[in-house]
Design a protein around this ligand. Structure first.
Ligand code: ZN
Length: 91
């Protein structure tokens, strides 16, 4: 049931999952919860917010909402968008 959601995940998350396949499940230790729209998903490790796999950001083997992902990684929303846009237009 999770496979469909994982397939929709952005590349960075997919790579993380692929690296773990065949060994232990990446979210064995993650408490899954149902989001309001009925989708099963992880919880943010910091605030416990229910997330879909599409929303959840992965750091190592933990899931975070975008806000805490930014806090955790120091990534900045604006920076990420600029990098993406720059790369896109240069290619
Ligand atoms: Zn959070």
């Amino acid at each position: 049931m999770n496979k469909k959601s994982l397939g929709d995940a952005p590349h960075s998350k997919t790579e993380t999952f692929h690296a773990k396949v065949g060994r232990d499940m990446p979210h064995d230790h993650i408490e899954l919860a149902q989001t309001p729209n009925g989708e099963l998903g992880p919880r943010c490790k910091s605030c416990g917010t229910r997330l879909t796999f599409g929303e959840a950001m992965v750091v190592d083997r933990d899931y975070f909402c975008w806000k805490h992902y930014v806090e955790k990684t120091g990534a900045d929303t604006a920076t990420v968008e600029i990098q993406r846009e720059t790369r896109f237009w240069k290619e």
